[in-house]
Design a protein around this ligand. Structure first.
Ligand SMILES: [Mg+2]
Ligand SMILES: [Zn+2]
Length: 500
């Protein structure tokens, strides 16, 4: 101890004049909520100092996982836990991202659309450039002619990562060529140009823009691990595929990567060694993977299982890359599809599995070297309404809280009734297919096939335009705060890797 601090210490020890004021809240209130709040405050005040530089970046996108889905899925998971916990009322439950320390609200609009789609939003996250609805990784003023000058297109995070010697991985429950995963590797002015088929017209082919499946195969440096659906866009018509140009892109991929391994079902997948050299391509369905509720385990691995493999594979390759890290995009892609059908059960089940994948990531990686971001590309028009009592089945009819506001007429079973005398469900949609509502009436609302009520009849339920949440942990997660534009996600990932 230096002389000066020794003196200071002794002065402090002797001095009776230094008094700390008695705390205003000196006696803890004997109430579980008060004490729970105190404990949560104490946990927050423990400062975690992360390094400022990340080695790896993991971007996790729950497609269509808006705020109402976050809340409803949290309750659903609490009422139907999948990890051995006891079922509870649900409202108090935490999904994996509910324990992440940093959050921001994200503006999701596209440059020409108030309510966005997955293409424009995935472009914002992957290139740092906002663009038009339906466009993948091209600028807002770019048309098909821009494909002729690829060097002028916005570069994707994966392209830059590859050029830096990093590895890249994609895990998705949709077709690999669907908008969200395609934005990791592709550039197209029309998201439907997924393969050489009817959706990719002659004029499009003449424009010089390659279809997304072929862009995947020719991606510079290759993608190290790719696990998704969508095999039909890679195979010729007549050989289990839908390509009309006769190309077999799986064969082309195998020729390009002689050490690569292609798998098409769970058996092949589970026989793979995650530590093997060479890239892995798994396409487990000709189209999207099945919803978790409909999934056959011997055909398709679950999203958490795919996630675990990708993490092991990318970490195992670090030595061969001279310690360089990876960029991994993981998508829970079918929350969106279930919502479009106005089927809350499957939407919440998909969100629950996406949370299990996030939990897998958070327990597998070191948050001192990996920036983990969890977000949605856009929201959906599902709402959580009425005044159901605490613990009410999130998928069920509204059983009103006893002294709750708006306690109107109820059925003999105690369900709140609307002005036509029909029981109301907590979850409903602003729009969606009316035809289906009629059929769905025959089912109890907590049936997995029940399609919820809606205000406007449309061919399919739509996206919603309010902000989504971005959750973050790891190096530079502190930059995730306040209200932000969606393209800032790219720039935060770039800063975390020290690219600026
Ligand atoms: Mg998607
Ligand atoms: Zn959608």
């Amino acid at each position: 101890m230096k002389l000066r601090s020794m003196m200071l210490a002794s002065v402090l020890a002797m001095s009776p004049a230094i008094v700390t004021a008695a705390p205003v809240l000196d006696t803890p209130v004997q109430d579980e909520w008060w004490q729970g709040g105190r404990a949560a405050l104490d946990a927050r005040m423990k400062v975690v100092n992360r390094p400022k530089r990340a080695k790896n970046v993991i971007l996790m996108v729950g497609d269509g996982m808006g705020v109402s889905t976050l809340t409803a899925a949290r309750i659903f998971d609490g009422q139907h836990p999948i990890d051995g916990r006891k079922p509870g009322p649900g409202e108090e439950n935490d999904l994996a991202w509910d324990r992440m320390a940093n959050t921001a609200l994200v503006k999701t609009y596209n440059t020409n659309a108030q309510v966005s789609d997955s293409a424009g939003t995935a472009s914002a996250m992957n290139t740092g450039v906002k663009t038009r609805i339906g466009v993948i990784n091209m600028g807002q003023d770019h048309g098909p002619e821009a494909c002729k000058t690829p060097e002028k297109l916005p570069r994707s995070f994966a392209e830059i990562a590859k050029a830096q010697g990093m590895a890249v991985g994609i895990v998705s429950t949709t077709r690999l060529t669907h908008a969200t995963p395609a934005a990791v590797f592709g550039h197209v002015p029309v998201r439907d140009w997924e393969g050489a088929d009817r959706a990719y017209p002659a004029a499009a082919r003449a424009s010089g823009c390659a279809d997304l499946a072929s862009q995947f195969v020719s991606f510079k440096g290759g993608i190290d691990v790719t696990l998704a659906g969508g095999g039909a866009r890679f195979l010729p018509a007549g050989s289990g595929g839908m390509r009309d140009d006769g190309r077999n892109l799986i064969t082309e991929w195998q020729q390009r990567w002689p050490t690569g391994q292609f798998v098409a079902d769970s058996k092949g997948f589970r026989a793979l060694a995650a530590t093997g050299t060479g890239p892995v391509l798994g396409l487990f369905n000709p189209d999207h993977l099945n919803f978790e509720h409909d999934r056959k385990d011997d055909a398709e691995p679950s999203l958490p299982e795919l996630t675990r493999f990708a993490l092991t594979k990318l970490a195992a390759g670090a030595k061969a890359r001279g310690g360089k890290g990876y960029y991994l995009m993981i998508e829970g892609g079918r929350i969106d599809h279930a919502h479009h059908a106005s089927n809350p059960y499957r939407a919440l089940k998909e969100a629950q599995m996406f949370s299990a994948a996030v939990a897998e990531v958070l327990k597998s990686v070191s948050l001192d070297e990996t920036l983990v971001l969890v977000t949605a590309d856009h929201s959906h028009v599902m709402t959580i309404a009425g005044y159901p009592e605490r613990g009410n089945d999130i998928l069920g009819f509204i059983k009103p809280a006893r002294d709750g506001e708006g306690a109107g007429p109820t059925s003999p079973e105690g369900f709140a009734l609307d002005d036509r005398g029909q029981p109301m469900t907590t979850l409903s949609y602003a729009n969606g297919p009316f035809v289906a509502r009629g059929l769905s009436r025959l089912l109890p609302p907590n049936d997995p096939n029940y399609l919820a009520n809606k205000t406007y009849g449309t061919s399919g339920e739509s996206h919603a335009g309010e902000d989504v949440v971005l959750f973050a942990e790891g190096p530079r997660a502190d930059l995730v705060r306040g209200v932000m534009e969606q393209n800032l996600i790219f720039h935060i990932m770039a800063e975390a890797l020290g690219w600026r």
